[in-house]
Every structure is written in structure tokens, then in C-alpha cells.
Design a protein around this ligand. Structure first.
Ligand SMILES: C[S@@+](CC[C@H](N)C(=O)[O-])C[C@H]1O[C@@H](n2cnc3c(N)ncnc32)[C@H](O)[C@@H]1O
Length: 438
């Protein structure tokens, strides 16, 4: 992959390269971009398209909130288990809201069924206008119990207009495996929420027992140890037959550096003095080594998914804004480049010029140990960039959004022109002729 550079010089270089390429490929012609249909983008107010657009956006917001709330619920449950400040009360409230919602939905449904029976003397399996009935019939008890953990879903089932509701059902249907895996890999105890209702039949609705008794045959260790395949199955991410394990921070092993004790990306030596690495901390502006850390949670709102042309990639389960620092690119820190699929060269955080290139510090190699950022595919029109920054006590490589990123989009980054020149590989990003340059 590309060497990480200083932000501005990287942009300047990219601009120059693109300009040169445009001139080389189509002399005398400006590079053409697809035309934007303004009517489609901003349909007339009150038209069918405009109403669909609004409903679609609302439904997207609700499903994003489902992912977000499941994650938060499980996080607070963990903190409550550790007696973390105020989390127990917070968790009890969250659980009560979910349980109460399920009780009410089942209770209201049963009351409708009973009153119909009292009036007509027979059971009528269709209760008019029951979204609860529609949802459980179409998607089952498990997805209902999982979604019930999100306040946006609880409100949506009652308050959303019909158009938004149809979009929401469709979106949840499209993402059932993703939602189930998301809940499973965070150990959401959705069974507890419907357990007490399994003993009696609920007329007109599927039996919940088989769903409660069927366990997802997939181990739970880390959410990023699972890839959703193209045919809707699950697999582990592997490199040369070995599981690619998740780590939170880069690993420095002195044995791999000939016994050298000092991690070359650190800003201070063992005695606390400066190692002359890095500039000021990007978070607090401190010129000396400090305790800042990147508090990014982007990794919690992405999933590993197989894509037809590029293999395992990253699908986002939220919105990101231009400028967001999504996470650190981490791996084993090595003195040399060992293979050329995953590693990135970590340079010092210095202004970079041709006559004075930034000093290389290490190779970050995530082929076995790394985080989700190692799976980001290349695109000649990327949505993120690798940036060298000084944060806290070390120089790091961050992944940052260079434009707004839409929900469920695949994240992309540029690996740099060299990646596609030196390898027997064809770029399949769909924006170039395979050469890796637009
Ligand atoms: C850093 S890895 C990304 C994760 C990889 N897709 C996987 O399945 O493990 C880089 C490799 O992904 C594939 N890849 C990523 N972007 C691509 C693109 N635009 N065109 C073709 N292959 C791509 C290539 O095999 C490349 O060597």
C-alpha cells in the first residue's frame, strides 16, 4: 500500500498526478464526470419521488439507530457488570424499556384478538393495522426481539407513517443476517426478552419456541473475526490459511528488531526524554509526549463483508462526515516490508518534500494481527485516506473520511499508483481502466 505522508503534500501530489494522467490519456479533453440529474436529486416538493426520498431517509435513520442502540445496550451491560459508575441504573432502565415494549405489543395484540373473538365468536388471524403482527409474521420473533432494543424502532412501529414503515420493513428484511450477526457478536441476550411468552400460543403468529431454541452456529470472540459472504454465509477472515486476529494497538516485538528495545514510533525514550519523533499532538497540541488517545468508535459501526470484485471489504453501518478520523491503521511494527498485500510504511510526521522526504520509521504489517482498517478496498475515487499524525505518545497512521460517507456504503481508500504498477493485479474499482489511476 501507499506510504503515509503529510496531508497537504499528499493532496498536492495526488492533484499533480491526476492532472498528468488526464493529459496523458485524453489530450485536449477535460476529464468527464458523470452528470448529476438535479430533478432526481431534489424532486419537486410533494411529488411521489420526494415523499419516497423522505420516507427512505427516515427508515435508514431508524435501522442505523438499531445498530447503534444494540451496540450501546451491550456496552452498558458490560460496564454495569463491572460496577462502572452509574451504569447499573442506566442498564436496568434500558432493559425495562425493552421488556415493557414487548409486553405491551403482545398484550395489545392479544386484547384485539380476544375482543374480536368475543364479538364474532371465532378467532380471526388478521388483526387490522397491526404492525406488530406484520413484522413478526414477515421477520420472526428473533429479529423483533433484537430490534426492540432500539428506541427508534419502538417509536417507529407506533409513529412512523405507512410509507416509512414499508421502507423500514424492506431494509430490515435486506439486512436480517447483518442485524442478527451484529447482535450475536456483541452477545445481545434477546432470548431473555421473549422467554416468558414461549409457554402459551399467540394465535395467528409463528411459534416462538423453535426460534428461541435455535442458536447461531458461530463463535463469539470479536465482531471483526467474521465476514458475511456473497451467498449469505459466514466465514473467518484468513491470510495464507491463518485467522487474521484483531488487535487494538500496534505490536512492537524487540526480537524482530535485532533486540532494539525502543519502538521507533514512540515520541519519548525509556528515560522520558524526547526521541525526536513526531511533531505536536493532533488532539491537544502538546509538543511533548502526552497521554492523548484516539477515542474512535467507528470500528463498532462497520462490518466485514465480501464484495464480488475485491474480496473482503468494509461496509459502514452509520454515516460519517468528511474530516472524521475513523480509526488507526494498526499491525505488527517491522523493520522491513515482508509482503505486499497489506503493509503500510509508517513515516515520521514531518512536512514532506521531494528533496526532503519524510523519514521512514517502520512497516505496519497487519496480515496476521491488525484491525478492520486492513480490509478497506482500493478505489480510484476513495472515500477515506491514510494520514500520518502525531497522537499522544506516538506517530500513527489514521484512516480519515475525505468526503461524507453514506450508510451501507463500502469504504474505500487509495493504495497509491505504485500498488497497481508493481503487482500482477488489475484494479476493479469500476472508476478506472484497471490501471489503478482514474
Ligand atoms: C489490503 S487487502 C484488502 C482486503 C482483501 N480484499 C481481502 O480479501 O483480504 C488488498 C487486496 O484486496 C484486493 N483489492 C482491494 N481493492 C481492490 C480493487 N480496487 N481491485 C481489485 N482488487 C482489490 C486485492 O486482492 C488486494 O491485493
Amino acid at each position: 500500500m501507499a506510504q503515509t505522508r503529510n496531508n497537504t503534500t499528499k493532496k498536492a501530489k495526488a492533484f499533480k498526478t491526476n492532472k498528468q494522467i488526464a493529459n496523458r490519456k485524453a489530450p485536449g479533453k477535460a476529464a468527464s464526470r458523470p452528470k448529476v440529474d438535479m430533478n432526481k436529486l431534489f424532486p419537486p416538493w410533494g411529488s411521489e419521488e420526494a415523499l419516497n426520498q423522505t420516507a427512505n431517509k427516515l427508515a435508514t435513520d431508524i435501522i442505523l439507530a438499531v445498530y447503534h442502540d444494540i451496540n450501546t445496550y451491550c456496552h452498558i451491560e458490560r460496564l454495569a457488570g463491572e460496577n462502572f459508575y452509574n451504569c447499573q441504573g442506566m442498564f436496568v432502565n434500558m432493559r425495562t424499556f425493552t421488556e415493557g415494549f414487548i409486553e405491551r405489543e403482545i398484550g395489545n395484540y392479544m386484547a384485539c384478538v380476544e375482543s374480536f373473538k368475543a364479538e364474532h365468536g371465532e378467532f380471526q388471524p388478521v388483526t387490522p393495522n397491526s404492525r406488530f403482527l406484520e413484522f413478526v409474521s414477515a421477520l420472526g420473533w428473533k429479529i423483533f426481539a433484537i430490534c426492540a432494543h432500539a428506541e427508534a424502532f419502538r417509536r417507529g412501529i407506533k409513529e412512523a407513517d405507512d410509507r416509512t414503515w414499508r421502507f423500514l420493513i424492506h431494509k430490515i428484511q435486506e439486512n436480517t443476517l447483518s442485524i442478527e450477526l451484529y447482535a450475536h457478536s456483541r452477545t445481545l441476550k434477546w432470548r431473555n426478552m421473549i422467554w416468558i411468552h414461549q409457554g402459551y400460543p399467540i394465535p395467528g403468529l409463528p411459534d416462538m419456541k423453535p426460534e428461541i431454541e435455535t442458536y447461531m452456529q458461530w463463535k463469539v470472540d470479536h465482531p471483526h473475526h467474521t465476514v458475511i459472504t456473497l451467498d449469505g454465509k459466514l466465514k473467518e477472515p484468513t491470510y495464507q490459511g491463518k485467522l487474521q486476529k484483531h488487535i487494538g494497538e500496534s505490536i512492537y516485538d524487540p526480537k524482530k528488531w535485532g533486540g532494539l528495545k525502543q519502538d521507533p514510533t514512540l515520541r519519548h525514550l525509556a528515560d522520558g526524554s524526547s526521541s525526536n519523533v513526531g511533531r505536536i499532538c493532533h488532539m491537544c497540541g502538546n509538543p511533548a509526549s502526552c497521554d492523548c488517545r484516539l477515542a474512535s468508535r467507528a470500528g463498532e459501526l462497520v462490518e466485514l463483508r465480501e464484495y464480488p470484485e475485491t474480496g473482503t471489504g468494509i461496509r459502514v453501518l452509520t454515516r460519517f462526515n468528511r474530516g472524521d478520523i475513523l480509526d488507526l491503521f494498526v499491525g505488527e511494527l517491522l523493520p522491513d516490508c515482508v509482503e505486499d498485500v497489506y503493509p503500510l510504511s509508517q513515516c515520521d510526521d514531518e512536512p514532506y518534500t521531494k528533496s526532503n522526504p519524510a523519514r521512514p520509521l517502520a512497516t505496519i504489517c497487519p496480515h496476521e494481527f491488525g484491525n478492520w482498517t486492513r480490509y478497506i478496498s482500493h478505489s480510484c475515487r476513495p472515500s477515506t485516506a491514510f494520514v500520518t499524525r502525531t497522537i499522544g505518545n506516538r506517530v500513527v497512521c489514521t484512516v480519515e473520511a475525505i468526503r461524507d460517507i453514506m450508510p451501507f456504503e463500502e469504504l474505500t481508500v487509495s493504495y497509491g499508483d505504485k500498488y497497481w504498477q508493481r503487482k500482477d493485479l488489475k484494479c476493479r474499482c469500476g472508476h478506472c481502466d484497471g490501471s489503478g489511476t482514474e
